[in-house]
Write a protein that binds this ligand. Structure first.
Ligand code: CP
Ligand code: NVA
Length: 300
């Protein structure tokens, strides 16, 4: 199977992958050698720290051979068509993992490769991130019934979180500046896939979203490729900064989450990023466990 959207797993598949991720974290030797000799390609059209390293390490830990490829050498859609890159890599590799600007390119790769394709972030979704996010939330409280507030841009990270959260019974409250809401299609899909009790609200009031929540999540205001909009976005997103005052409105045990990299001082203050209830580096660690789990799921 391909993993382009977190919804591709279905509710049961998602629960299974999260359980595997928790199991391999608890017992790191558990997955050793399970994918011995498989070749896992990791292609990046944009920069990466966590994804590149966590996936490379995770692949090696399960016995697979990771191969990192960068856009400056492959020239996806420039040196060669996306379809031909996919057809070629499919002859060498057992799993194709791609970080791309256009989600459409990922779909093209999946259409032209027989090997499973994993989305390492596109303009539409960041499904591997959502696995780590839910794994981290589940370490602080049971997922069904949890309430997560997402502040800021209704972007790729927000989309995958909406879908994955809803599927696992987590209620999501998104607060964005007008014009920066998550896509209507993704919201409708998340509502359609929601487990009983999971509610989704999309609004513009950060305090209302955060009040009493079990987790507060934010991401950069300008994603990779949107750097030219950074100044204008900074002006519009200012009221959505997660600072100590806003975080204090969340539940007494609430955790803070961020996919990283963070632009400290913009979407989050140091006081919240370094708060005793911040779990941002657990989240970063969980990317590695979650990637092992998804690799075993698609290729095991
Ligand atoms: N969270 C995340 O995907 O980080 P990188 O961009 O560093 O991979
Ligand atoms: N929304 C961010 C996430 C980075 C991990 C981006 O796309 O740049």
């Amino acid at each position: 199977m391909d993993f382009l959207s977190v919804a591709d797993l279905g509710g049961e598949g998602l629960a299974e992958v999260l359980a595997t991720a928790a199991a391999v974290k608890a017992e790191p030797g558990k997955a050793a050698g399970r994918l011995t000799g498989r070749k896992v390609g990791l292609f990046f059209e944009k920069p990466s720290t966590r994804t590149r390293v966590s996936c490379e390490v995770a692949a090696a830990d399960v016995g697979a051979v990771p191969l990192v490829l960068k856009q400056d050498e492959v020239g996806l859609g420039k040196r060669e068509s996306v379809a031909d890159v996919a057809r070629t890599l499919d002859r060498y590799l057992d799993v194709l993992c791609f970080r791309v600007f256009r989600h459409r390119d990922l779909v093209t790769v999946a259409e032209h490769a027989a090997a499973p394709v994993i989305n390492l972030l596109s303009d539409l979704e960041h499904p591997c991130q959502a696995l780590a996010d839910l794994q981290t939330l589940a370490e602080s409280r049971p997922l069904p019934g949890a309430v997560l507030a997402f502040l800021g841009d209704g972007n790729n990270v927000c989309h995958s979180l909406l879908l994955a959260g809803a599927m696992r019974g987590v209620s999501l409250r998104v607060a964005s500046p007008p014009g920066f809401e998550p896509s209507d299609e993704v919201v409708a899909r998340a509502r359609a896939l929601a487990a009983p009790g999971a509610e989704i609200s999309i609004g513009h009031d950060p305090a209302e979203a955060v009040r009493g929540a079990d987790a507060v999540y934010t991401d950069v205001w300008a994603s990779m490729g949107q750097e030219a909009e950074a100044a204008e976005r900074r002006r519009l997103f200012e009221p959505f900064r997660v600072d100590e005052r806003l975080f204090a409105l969340a539940g007494p045990q609430a955790i803070f989450l961020h996919c990283l990299p963070a632009h400290r001082g913009d979407e989050v203050t140091d006081g919240v990023a370094d708060h005793e209830r911040s779990r941002i580096f657990d989240q970063a660690e969980n990317r590695m466990h979650a990637f092992k789990a998804i690799l075993l799921h698609v290729a095991g």
